[in-house]
Design a protein around this ligand. Structure first.
Ligand SMILES: [Zn+2]
Length: 441
């Protein structure tokens, strides 16, 4: 046994939602090898006394745009379209691969600091993002979003720049480090491409057994314009063009009709709920209770740090629970356990990783985190799940482990040289993106 955690409280998130107190968890060759109330007989190379600590599965953030950490806090207090057009797009134009990689590393540092062990990224500069992911040890499903507008060069999957990039990414990175990196296909959104583009992208995903990430019904305007053009909702249109044929993660799902939700359930599409981003940009509120009632697997995402300001999935869990209660006028409509499931088990399912992570169980990858429950704001503790959702935050994470390897502990990041990442941001990336100092809008 490589590592043995002793005297730890464990929120396993297994099928019975088993919680163990004063337990022992052993890790061997990157997998959970032991989990139980009695001390295992096998000797461990390394023992961690986890008295006062709570262990849970590493959290799974199903919507990030890692390089966008560089735009954190740059533009606030405006709606999505104004925010994008006046502030975000002009700055993104200045971003290059080198700056994007530094910003992606910063995003990964932040994610593991807050207890995230796997992310789904939907952004440009995917190759540089994969380099950062490879180096860091975090798991990731990476998709290069494709957008295509009529009037550009004629669309041809093999020669169009974005699909070419996506295919190259697939060849280079898919399955890297025993599947730690998975490449998926990406569609920016219904409004940002054409039916033949969706079909070509979906076909490539199907032919190569890849998942697919797409934004869906983030704003009311997106729905209205789609209805006007096609007479159908974005969910219906995308479904007609095979976007939901494989394992698909639909991000946002704010403005769905009841028929849309039933459709997603029927087609086994996972919805990725990003409550902070949707509320802050005043996009609206996704009805996760209604999604779940329709059999939809609902995962959680922070969205980019430009939209939600940090990558703390604990904040998203709490907000998801509070928002669902408020939306339904019923405090019992959404439980802490449901929020924890979204951040773990359902996230793993959305990523197609349910056999390897999302719960703590013998044989699963040792993707796990420890939280320090000796802090004043976590005393007394009557129920671990309630505290994890309503009282804890990412700052309480004391250790983050992926496949048995520590990525964060005691303020240190063993796989990432944080000082050099910050220096690269300060001496290169921030100047590259903000060098002229003022908005062009
Ligand atoms: Zn996003």
């Amino acid at each position: 046994m490589d590592t043995l955690f002793t005297h730890v409280s464990v929120v396993t998130m297994d099928e019975n939602l088993t919680v163990l107190t004063d337990a022992f968890v052993g890790v061997t060759d990157g997998k959970i090898a032991y989990l139980g109330k009695t001390e295992p007989s096998e000797q461990a190379a390394h023992t961690v006394d986890a008295t006062g600590m709570v262990m849970m599965p590493g959290m799974i953030n199903c919507h990030t745009q890692l390089p966008m950490t560089i735009l954190r806090g740059y533009a606030e207090d405006c709606d999505l379209q104004t925010w994008l057009e006046n502030s975000i797009f002009p700055r993104e134009e200045k971003l290059d691969g080198r700056a994007a990689k530094a910003a992606a590393l910063l995003g990964i540092v932040e994610a593991v600091r807050f207890g995230t062990t796997s992310v789904s990224d939907l952004y440009a500069f995917s190759d540089e993002t994969c380099e950062a992911i490879a180096q860091s040890g975090i798991k990731a499903n990476v998709a290069r979003p494709v957008s295509y507008f009529e009037g550009e060069e004629a669309f041809d999957f093999a020669s169009f720049s974005m699909t070419k990039e996506a295919a190259a990414l697939h060849k280079k990175w898919h399955g890297y480090d025993n599947g730690r990196i998975q490449i998926e296909m990406g569609i920016h959104a219904e409004y940002a491409a054409t039916p033949e583009t969706w079909e070509a992208v979906s076909r490539y995903a199907a032919e190569n057994g890849l998942g697919l990430q797409v934004r869906l019904s983030e704003t009311e305007q997106e729905n209205e314009s789609c209805l006007e053009r096609t007479g159908l909702t974005p969910a219906q249109v995308l479904d007609c063009h095979h976007v939901f044929d494989g394992r698909t993660a639909a991000v946002h799902c704010v403005h769905l009709t009841e028929e849309d939700r039933a459709l997603l359930g029927r087609r086994h599409v996972s919805a990725v709920h990003c409550p902070t981003s949707n509320l802050k940009l005043a996009s609206g509120r996704a009805d996760v209770v209604a999604l779940v009632k329709n059999g939809v697997n609902v995962a959680l995402g922070t969205d980019s740090a430009a939209a939600s300001n940090n990558l703390d999935l604990f904040a998203e869990m709490k907000l998801a629970a509070l928002q669902a209660k408020e939306l339904h006028g019923d405090a019992g409509s959404f439980s802490a356990q449901a929020a924890l499931m979204m951040a773990t088990v359902c996230g793993a399912r959305a990523q197609g990783r349910e056999k390897e992570c999302g719960m703590l169980k013998v044989g699963m990858d040792a993707d796990l985190i420890l939280l320090d429950f000796t802090q004043p704001h976590l005393i007394p503790c009557h129920d671990l799940a309630n505290h994890l959702v309503y009282a804890a935050s990412g700052h309480d994470v004391a250790m983050t482990m992926v496949r048995g390897k520590v990525l964060y502990a005691q303020g240190k990041f063993p796989t990432i040289d944080l000082a050099s990442v910050i220096s690269e941001l300060q001496t290169y990336a921030i100047g590259k993106v903000f060098g002229d100092g003022k908005d062009e809008a």
